[in-house]
Ligand binder design. Structure first.
Ligand code: 5GP
Ligand code: MN
Length: 345
């Protein structure tokens, strides 16, 4: 769709504009990589651009170029609101429904008169944007931002800074280039980004090898809590608030834990349930292999969504009640979760 609209977007961007770029709440590597990559690109045209994240993000993303310029809506509401109210253009990246920015920020996004551009790879996009670039087959929003810059005829504008941001998001959203959404084109783009100056080894190191001791201890506890339901090819992990406190939990510490469940032989569905006493919810991550859609599962039962093989959700029940509900629902999916239903088996 967006290709035909590129001339209009090009003309919009031909004079300096006030531009706000927003990732989803609890931004991950793709959300921050794509918003900052786009930010540096727009800055190179002297636009008055700013990234406003709904809330804070993990320390392992805080080395990204431009991190020090990012506003956090949660702690800088007035300034953020003024910028969004007065923006000419609003880019929403790596999400496709305003509520994914959190309820307070969603209200402000809904109210602004700014022209809206969505770039996103999640399922079932809302239709708030004037220009919607939505493609669920894409590995990452960062890959789409690369395509967007290419469609604008500006690949030569990608410098080391932009390349570093985009490399980061493609890497994190593809599980370091291993998920099925990783295509030869993804690798070609990654190759181009390395040619533009992205340092693959440094980026991997900054993201994956900056653990704290307490995070690894928390991982140890999560592994002890891992439960397997072999007849339904399912594994799940729980972490209570007390356990998080015991290991000095910081934002981002549980990132990737759910994948350990999925790394078990013959397991095709994995979940992690994390208690958050402050928000009074259980935050859930779902992952799957093959045809079992965790997006549909989460939408149907846990107020969430995402992709076919990676989705999030939440529950207002207690940790125990949430897990009980999960276990009680699973048998409905016995056919989908049986080994023979899966490719490769
Ligand atoms: P995670 O489990 O890592 O938080 O999220 C997995 C994927 O699902 C990410 O792409 C994320 O953006 C999406 N996601 C996480 N939580 C939700 C949610 O509550 N609703 C929707 N629609 N998507 C979510
Ligand atoms: Mn993403």
């Amino acid at each position: 769709m967006i290709k035909a609209q590129i001339p209009e977007i090009k003309s919009l961007l031909s004079t300096p504009k006030s531009i706000v770029i927003v990732p989803h709440k609890n931004p991950d590597g793709d959300a921050m990589g794509s918003t900052l990559g786009l930010y540096h690109y727009l800055k190179s045209y002297n636009h008055n651009a700013v990234v406003i994240a709904p809330n804070d993000y993990p320390d392992f993303l805080k080395w990204l170029p431009g991190d020090d310029k990012v506003l956090k809506f949660e702690s800088q509401q007035e300034e953020s609101k003024t910028l969004i109210d007065n923006a000419d253009l609003l880019f929403t990246l790596d999400f496709n429904a305003f509520h994914r920015a959190g309820n307070d920020m969603a209200e402000v996004l809904e109210a602004t008169k700014a022209t809206k551009i969505m770039i996103d790879h999640h399922q079932q996009p809302d239709d708030y944007a004037t220009y919607t670039y939505s493609d669920v087959s894409m590995s990452s929003t960062c890959e789409m931002v690369y395509n967007f810059i290419e469609m604008l005829g500006d690949l030569n504008k990608i410098d080391t800074t932009i390349a570093t941001c985009l490399y980061t998001g493609i890497m994190t959203d593809t599980g370091s280039f291993r998920f099925p959404s990783t295509t030869s084109r993804t690798h070609q783009i990654i190759g181009n980004l390395i040619d533009k100056g992205a340092n693959n080894s440094d980026i991997h190191n900054n993201i994956y090898d900056t653990n704290t001791y307490s995070r690894l201890q928390l991982l140890g506890r999560a592994m002890q809590n891992l439960k397997v339901i072999p007849e339904l090819s399912t594994a799940y992990i729980t972490l209570s608030q007390a356990e998080l406190d015991e290991f000095n939990f910081k934002k981002g510490d549980t990132e990737g834990f759910v994948n350990y469940g999925l790394s078990l032989k013959d397991i095709i569905f994995a979940a992690i349930f994390i208690e958050n006493k402050q928000e009074n919810i259980i935050k859930i991550s779902f992952r799957s292999k093959g045809n079992f859609s965790v997006n549909q599962f989460s939408r149907a039962h846990f107020n969430g969504g995402g992709h076919d093989n990676a989705a999030g959700g939440r529950s207002d029940d207690s940790l125990e009640a949430t897990v009980e509900k999960f276990i009680s629902i699973l048998p409905q999916y016995r056919n989908d979760l049986s080994q023979t239903a899966q490719i490769g088996h």
